[in-house]
Design a protein. Sequence first.
Length: 84
Amino acid sequence: MSSIAEQLNKARNDELLDLTLRNPLISHRTLKSRGVEVIDERPTEVYRILVKEGRKMSFLEVSEEEKKKLRGSEEEPDTNYPGS
């Protein structure tokens, strides 16, 4: 019989860790009715303004063509989210 640590590790990998599309934390799609897609802005700045400072931001709607242009001009994505 395997040890408790091995059984826990197996359960974590096989049963507890959901890596499928059902997991909303790793399979996120922005729906127009439930969120916004922020393009051409640093996530750390958006977080600072909205969460840390409690300020409001306004967002403008852009066409699909403009989205493609903005996405193409983006630099390396800022993955240094606060708290990570």
